[in-house]
Design a protein. Structure first.
Ligand code: PHE
Length: 453
């Protein structure tokens, strides 16, 4: 049933599988690598506050809307808009999602490659005994090299493609149902160690005390972008996954559970990292290297630290893998359904073309670091454009579509599973999808462009 079967569409096997797969997509480097470093660069507590507002006011609504679109249409994002709004330009949103998928995969898999390097460095004992300065040098040297980052990137792309070739149930589901609980336990251990370091309180204050004077338009846009990135919303990943959700699953409560889990993991990662940053004398604004420098430092201050570090980077790679497969699936579903390729051919074509952009992205820290726009290298350009612009713009149109264009009867049908659920959230959802979410996204954009104060 992996190929474009005309009769029964591949689907997730049940409730737990749906939540696990969507959580697998949402939880990943976005929570553990990106959240701490972006929060660190954008003032800590003030950023967290706006981030949480974005999750509650916008995130859950966009996620639920994507599920509705995907499950109603049973198609990839482009095909879904074509099917639900024939002859209208909404399909452009789906197309932008496919383009965003290419861009995200290129830089995301780059970082996923770093986690493999750190897995390797921990298992071979190479981080043992290194202090902050030495770990910083180690990270910078690795990043600027060409061979190793490229090798790990290509290995990771290959792994992602291999899983996607085998399809939804056999591929995606099998890998997302296991392992995540282990990552959670390790994160908690890290928190305990970090919080018991002398001077840890300063880090907690940094993360949780909102210094309102730090709220600039930039901080607000970054928080919005991070909330979209972390929840995997705005580009049709969850339209695609939504199309594999069975008709008897509860869409709104699945969205709620995933959002809760994703947000909790990000905050827990913050609690693991910031106290240690302050206690061990690093800087919270340490750019993309933050967790690759601070976490090895914390592990060294724990008994059996090397074993834990090895396990941690292995699990982080797996968490990244359950996210990369969800992004690649967007491109593959598009190629299979719209261009009528076989699943195998589509996966190979997508993997190879992402790899071309990926190689440039990997090298943008070293050999190609002179390619810059507004002082950003290719990696940062892709990261900025996708998370801060394309995902929020996509999300804006997704909520507009569900709130103002899509038939309210069909929204009700999807949210109540054709009347079999009470749909208590329905009025609340309607209000958020029509007004709160689109207005909030628009306000952040106008504010960050300086049009609205
Ligand atoms: N949400 C994923 C993470 O936090 C990244 C991602 C973004 C996945 C967009 C799919 C789409 O790691």
């Amino acid at each position: 049933m992996n190929d474009q079967s005309a009769t029964v569409r591949d689907s997730f096997s049940g409730r737990f599988a749906v939540v696990a797969a969507v959580a697998g997509s949402a939880i990943g480097l976005g929570n553990i690598w990106r959240f701490p470093y972006v929060a660190g660069e954008n003032g800590g507590g003030a950023f967290l506050l706006v981030y949480l507002v974005c999750i509650i006011a916008i995130g859950i609504t966009v996620m639920t809307s994507e599920f509705i679109i995907g499950r109603a249409a049973q198609k990839n994002p482009y095909g879904a808009f074509k099917a639900l709004a024939p002859g209208k330009p909404w399909f452009l949103i789906g197309l932008m999602g496919v383009v965003a998928a290419f861009m995200i995969l290129a830089f995301y898999t780059t970082v996923a490659g770093w986690t493999l390097e750190y897995f390797y460095q921990s298992i071979t004992g190479n981080i043992t005994g290194k202090n902050n300065a030495e770990l910083t040098v180690m990270f910078d040297t690795f990043l600027k090299g060409s061979f190793r980052p490229l090798l790990w990137f290509l290995i990771f792309m290959g792994l992602t493609g291999a899983i996607i070739i085998s399809g939804v149930r056999k591929g995606i589901e099998k890998y997302t149902k296991v392992m995540m609980p282990f990552l959670f336990v390790l994160l908690i251990l890290l928190c305990v160690r970090s919080l018991t370091l002398p001077g840890a309180g300063e880090g907690l204050r940094f993360l949780f005390y909102p210094d309102i004077s730090k709220l600039t338009p930039k901080v607000i846009l970054e928080a919005l972008g991070q909330s979209f990135f972390s929840l995997s919303i705005g580009m049709g990943t969850l339209i695609t996954y939504g199309s594999y959700i069975k008709k008897n699953e509860n869409l709104a409560s699945s969205a709620g559970m995933v959002t809760l889990a994703d947000t909790a993991i990000a905050i827990i990662a913050g609690i693991a990292i910031f106290p240690a940053v302050f206690a061990l004398g690093g800087s919270p604004a340490s750019d993309t290297g933050l967790v690759f420098i601070v976490l090895p430092e914390i592990f060294q201050k724990m008994p059996l630290g090397n074993i834990f570090a090895t396990l941690f980077f292995l699990l982080l790679s797996i968490a990244a893998l359950t996210s990369t497969i969800s992004v690649l699936e967007v491109i593959v579903a598009y190629l299979v359904e719209e261009l009528k390729m076989s699943r195998r051919k589509a996966t190979i074509a997508a993997t190879l073309s992402v790899s071309v952009l990926g190689v440039i992205t990997v090298l943008s820290f070293g050999a190609l670091s002179n390619i810059r726009v507004a002082d950003k290298n290719v990696f940062s350009i892709l990261e900025y454009l996708t998370s801060n612009i394309m995902l929020p713009v996509g999300g804006f149109f997704i909520v507009l579509f569900i709130g103002w264009f899509f038939s309210p009867a069909l929204v009700k049908k999807e949210l109540t599973n054709d009347g079999s659920l009470k749909g208590r959230y329905l009025p609340l959802f309607r209000f958020f999808v029509k007004f709160i979410a689109p207005v909030a996204i628009a306000m952040v954009f106008l504010y960050s462009l300086g049009i609205f104060r």
